[in-house]
Structures are given as structure tokens and as C-alpha cells.
Design a protein around this ligand. Structure first.
Ligand code: F6P
Length: 330
């Protein structure tokens, strides 16, 4: 703790971008950490739009009670086009000045942090907390919401498998993840998928799907589960390729936004709580423009610009494991 740091009296908290289970737990943690330090905590509704429009209210015990277990976000979320403009940033700065906020804790993903970076250039201190089901923030090994979303997809695929097994069918399931395959890879490993397609690897249908179905059939299987990341291909296109090559008649399921809902798992609640607490500590210590990260199980922080410039690849050990589990080595 830097005792020379100016006293932080009031901070705002918002959730932005695609919501993620555990965002409420993070809001609660920020609020409680503020109370603990005698800091006034302001809720900002509807992401960066709320900061632009002055859509703010004082967070209190009532608003934050019994939300640790709730999906969605009590602060609402949005993707703001106006915040990408200089005029939008200026309006947000004006709101900060009017309300007397010393800084903002922004919970969200990549787009949220890019907005935070622009705001910080106008002299407003911002700390970001990674909340997205995609787990695609490079500077952190984990983002709030991933575990809940993965478990939702796993539960759905387990159910699909039952009916696919009965009817000896092929199922193609599309999972979210934007341009990243973390969710698909994890879900594919957890469900024992026949094949998994991720955007990080160039698709060769014959090698990556058809041969794996054939190998499964030759090993006595009569139903097949293909998991495809939305960033890799459309599940309908994958199904068409399978039909053409094998004469199977695959059923397609796009899991979609169901993956973003639901009560957060223990891992998401605890990570959100640890990150929310740490974000307030970072701000109280006078640090500015940071992203809170999890690294080797510890919560830490990095500079926003540095964090955004990093790249994240799939865990090679997981990719190798997947190749071994799906029968054909890369
Ligand atoms: O970033 C989270 C995410 O759910 C992605 O996985 C997905 O591509 C996107 O958001 C969907 O966005 P929207 O809710 O705007 O359709």
C-alpha cells in the first residue's frame, strides 16, 4: 500500500460487453471491498453508455445482497458505439467529474478494456476485471464466467448424447467463444467428443472430422459428437460436409446464449470475489489503468495497454491431449 497515494473517496463500477455468470459476484465484491475501506461505491448502469448518460446510483447493501449466486448482471450490460467516439469519451469524463468519481472498475472483456484504455488517456483512472465466457483475455489465465458456461455446455451435450446414442446419430454442436476456441476445447475434452474444431487450427474436414468418425465407427461406435467453436465454422456447414462424405444425417444444435446464463459455479464466484476485492485494493493503492489477472492461481495486475497487446493461444498440453483422445495424432 502506497501511503503517498491520494485518498480514493468514490469509485464507480460497471459491467460491459457480453454478460457472464459471476459478474454479479464481482460487483458485490467491489461494493464490499469499498465499504471495508470507507470508499463510496457508485453503480453505473448499461456499461459505458451509463457513464456517458449519467445513469448512476449509489450501491448499497440491499442492492448487493444475495447476488453472489445470480446470473446476468444487476447493472445491465451493453456494447457502446458512442464510447468509441471522442464526444462519447468526453461525456463520460464529464459524468466522472460531476459525480466526483476517482476511478472506475470496469467488468467485461476485450472491448470493455479497449474503452477503458481510451478513458484512461483522458485522465480517469480505470481498473478492469476480466468477465467473459470466452476466456480470451491474453493477460489472464482465467476470465469470470468461463467455468459456468463450460458446465452449461457440458450438461447440454451430455443430454444430447443420450438421444444420439439411442438413434445412432451424429450430432454437431456449436459453442460460443467469439474468435477463440478455449470453450470448445474444454467442452470437447469434458464430453469425450469425437472431434473438436477450433479457430486456432486450420480445418481439414477429411482429417479433422470424417476420419475421426470413421475411426470411431471402426471401433464399434454408432453415434458421434462433433463440437465446433463458433469462430471455427458454422455447425450447419460442418453437418453438410459430414453428410456429403459419409451419408450420415447429422443433427445440429447451436447452444447460443444459454451458455451465458445461470447461477455461477463456485470457481466463478470465488474468482469474481478475489478479483473484485483486489481491484479496489489496486485503486486504493493509487495504481491506475490496470487489468486484474489470474496467473498461476494468484490474483495480480498488469498495465491495460500491456495486457491488451499480449496474445493468448490454446494450452498446447490440452491440444495434445485432445488429439490423443480423438484418436488421431497431429
Ligand atoms: O463475448 C461473449 C460472447 O457470448 C461470444 O462468445 C459471442 O460471440 C458474443 O458474445 C455474442 O454476442 P451477442 O450477445 O451480442 O450476440
Amino acid at each position: 500500500m502506497d501511503i503517498s497515494a491520494p485518498k480514493v473517496r468514490r469509485i464507480g463500477v460497471l459491467t460491459s460487453g457480453g454478460d457472464a455468470p459471476g459478474m454479479n459476484a464481482a460487483v458485490r465484491a467491489v461494493f464490499r471491498a469499498c465499504v471495508n475501506r470507507g470508499i463510496d461505491c457508485i453503480g453505473i448502469r448499461r456499461g459505458w453508455n451509463g457513464l456517458i448518460n449519467g445513469d448512476v446510483f449509489r450501491l448499497d447493501q440491499k442492492a448487493c445482497s444475495h447476488i453472489i449466486d445470480r446470473g446476468g448482471t444487476i447493472l445491465f450490460s451493453a456494447r457502446s458505439e458512442e464510447f468509441k467516439t471522442p464526444a462519447g469519451i468526453q461525456k463520460a469524463v464529464n459524468t466522472c467529474k460531476l459525480i466526483g468519481m476517482d476511478g472506475i472498475v470496469a467488468i467485461g472483456g476485450d472491448g470493455t478494456f479497449r474503452g477503458a484504455l481510451e478513458l484512461s488517456k483522458s485522465g480517469i483512472s480505470v481498473v478492469g476485471i476480466p468477465g467473459t465466457i470466452d476466456n480470451d483475455i491474453s493477460c489472464t489465465s482465467y476470465t469470470i464466467g468461463f467455468d459456468t458456461a463450460a458446465n452449461t455446455a457440458i450438461e447440454a451435450i451430455d443430454k444430447l448424447r443420450d438421444t444420439m446414442q439411442s438413434h445412432e446419430r451424429c450430432s454437431v454442436v456449436e459453442v460460443m467463444g467469439r474468435g477463440a476456441g478455449h470453450l470448445a476445447l474444454y467442452v470437447g475434452l469434458a464430453t469425450g467428443a469425437t472431434a473438436v474444431l477450433v479457430p486456432e487450427e486450420k480445418i481439414d474436414y477429411e482429417r479433422d472430422v470424417i476420419e475421426k468418425i470413421r475411426a470411431a465407427r471402426l471401433n464399434g461406435f454408432t453415434h458421434y459428437m462433433i463440437v465446433v467453436a463458433e469462430g471455427a465454422a458454422s455447425a450447419f456447414d460442418v453437418a453438410a460436409e459430414i453428410k456429403e462424405a459419409t451419408s450420415l444425417d447429422p443433427r445440429v444444435t447451436v447452444l447460443g446464449h444459454i451458455q451465458r446464463g445461470g447461477s455461477p459455479t463456485g470457481r466463478d464466484r470465488v474468482t469474481a470475489t478475489r478479483m473484485g476485492y483486489y481491484a479496489v485494493e489496486v485503486m486504493a493503492a493509487g495504481k491506475t489503468n490496470r487489468i486484474i489477472c489470474e496467473r498461476s492461481g494468484k490474483i495480480t495486475d498488469v498495465d491495460i495497454e500491456e495486457g491488451l497487446s499480449m496474445t493468448k493461444t490454446l494450452e498446447q498440453q490440452d491440444v495434445d491431449t485432445l488429439h490423443a483422445m480423438t484418436g488421431i495424432d497431429s
